[in-house]
Design a protein around this ligand. Sequence first.
Ligand code: ZN
Ligand code: ZN
Length: 138
Amino acid sequence: MTTTTGSCMCGAVKYEFTGEPKVTALCHCTDCQKWTGGAFTSNAVVPRTSFRVTSGKPSSWDGVGDSGKINKHFFCPTCGSSLYTELEVMPDMTCVKAGGLDGNKAGLGNKIDVEFYTKDRVEYLKDVPEAKQEPAFG
Ligand SMILES: [Zn+2]
Ligand SMILES: [Zn+2]
């Protein structure tokens, strides 16, 4: 089975997951913009059981999503890199932020299944052809 590794910018936190992502998703919501300092997040959504931190200890911060449920954000306490999220609404999955993947894998193989919160997408970005377009989440 394939193992995909990732890490933060300073290298203190390392993680890995096995197998292919169940879903690849961009999220354009304003929380993702704030958290990453970018225009959107790109996510490899993987079963929580297939994901593990292999080095270091990420910090976390609980945000409240539009659902009213907790979105737990994990980041490196040293360099601040945004690493992954665990959403209370998706208790079996981990949303790994693709920018942290090692080996230039941030593009997720150029295969994006879905875009969330397209209502908040910045104007200079076009939709990804063939990606399902969701104005909000789900
Ligand atoms: Zn770091
Ligand atoms: Zn988002």
